[in-house]
Design a binder for this molecule. Structure first.
Ligand code: COA
Length: 348
């Protein structure tokens, strides 16, 4: 190839680069505009929330200090309904804006933004999280059964190390989900922090008679929990898919009613297995408490007994509170689902 031909190619490429520069400038301008729109939305949301809190408190004061007629009662009920609806709409708008990381994420990830602004990607991330749990529970079940059939220290340590890593990873993923608007309760995240600590203590529990006495029970417990987690996966994934599908039918009320009846059926199937798991946790705590009086028992035994007891109480109370809470917040939930369905319609 001659020098002239190379020069011509270079000039062609330079022309293409000029076009790229133009696109990049346009992209930069759009980014700036996007940032300023995000700031404006955030400011307007704060304003709306502040005004809603003022209006709500004025409404409460008015109702408590006046005798209301039936017309006024209807007016108050309408206003209250609109306030709930507006809060759900604001929550939904807020979910499309970047959020600040919590302290835990800031410590482990540094100052990096983990907000997912796109609704579809949010669903995907959550779906991924559920799949991750499913796969790791499958491996966990396999390892627990293997440990029941083989008494090998290396296998034991590999399994317990897997548990440390699994629970640690869950805490990170759940913190990211939280930043992205998940309503996951604080207890479930705390539960996974405590489970990480439990697995850590198990890892350094020295070999000896007390461990051999508890070993089998612990493996059975893990096998049972893995199976319960599989049922949990079916329920959580079902909820996720139904939420995603909302809005695809014309009568939104029927779809939401369908969602609720499916959810209650799913819950009533799952709850007995969950409570049996909590009884198992309480039994672990009791067995370890008894074991702590063994002459060779190391400090790990009493610490684990306490941790299992905390897990039992926290799990039991939190799961028990789910049912009345779901009944209580039904109206709020209805508007949240309506907002999701409407957005889905818009996106579709
Ligand atoms: N782990 C992780 N996320 C959880 C969770 C858990 N244990 N329980 C609920 N969530 C999430 C839900 O997926 C939902 O997320 P989203 O806002 O991103 O959609 C959010 O928290 C709110 O869920 P909520 O409506 O309160 O409950 P639910 O109907 O999804 O689930 C239970 C209710 C009781 C089935 C569920 O909390 C559960 O499975 N708990 C038992 C967990 C347990 O005990 N594990 C140990 C086994 S012994």
């Amino acid at each position: 190839m001659g020098l002239e031909a190379i020069e011509t190619e270079w000039n062609e490429l330079s022309n293409e680069f000029a076009a790229l520069e133009e696109t990049s400038n346009e992209y930069g301008e759009l980014l700036e505009k996007l940032e300023s729109l995000q700031q404006k939305c955030m400011k307007d949301i704060s304003h709306q929330r502040y005004r809603i809190s003022q209006i709500s408190s004025n409404l409460k004061k008015y109702v408590s200090s006046n005798v209301t007629t039936s017309d006024e009662k209807d007016q108050v009920a309408d206003l209250e309904k609109n306030i709930i609806k507006r809060k759900a709409q604001l929550y939904d708008i807020d979910q499309t804006l970047p959020q600040k990381n919590g302290t835990y994420l800031n410590i482990i990830l540094g100052n990096v933004n983990v907000s997912i602004l796109n609704r579809k990607s949010k669903y995907q991330y959550k779906d991924d999280y559920e799949k991750f749990k499913l796969i790791l529970n499958g491996i966990g079940l396999f390892m627990a059964i293997l440990n029941l059939s083989h008494n090998s220290r290396i296998l034991e340590l590999a399994f317990i190390f897997l548990l440390v890593w699994y629970y640690c990873t869950l805490t990170i993923r759940e913190s990211i989900l939280k930043v992205n608007g998940s309503r996951i309760k604080g207890w479930w995240r705390t539960h996974h922090f405590i489970s990480t600590a439990c697995a850590g203590v198990l890892l350094i529990w020295p070999q000896g008679e007390p461990w051999q006495l508890f070993r089998h029970q612990f493996m059975y417990f893990n096998a049972y929990i893995s199976m319960v987690q599989f049922l949990q996966f079916r329920y959580q994934r079902g909820v996720l898919y139904r939420l995603k599908a909302l809005g695809e039918r014309h009568d939104m009320d029927i779809t939401i009613e369908g969602f609720h009846s499916w959810m209650w059926r799913g819950l009533s199937f799952l709850l007995p297995f969950l409570f049996a798991g909590y009884v198992f946790q309480a039994y672990n705590s009791y067995a370890l408490y008894k074991l702590s009086s063994h002459p060779d028992a190391p400090w790990q035994v009493s610490v684990l007994s306490l941790l299992f007891f905390i897990l039992f109480v926290g799990n039991f109370c939190t799961t028990l509170s789910v049912i009345p809470e779901k009944i209580r917040t039904r109206v709020k939930e209805h508007y949240r689902l309506c907002a999701i369905a409407k957005l889905k319609e818009k996106e579709g």
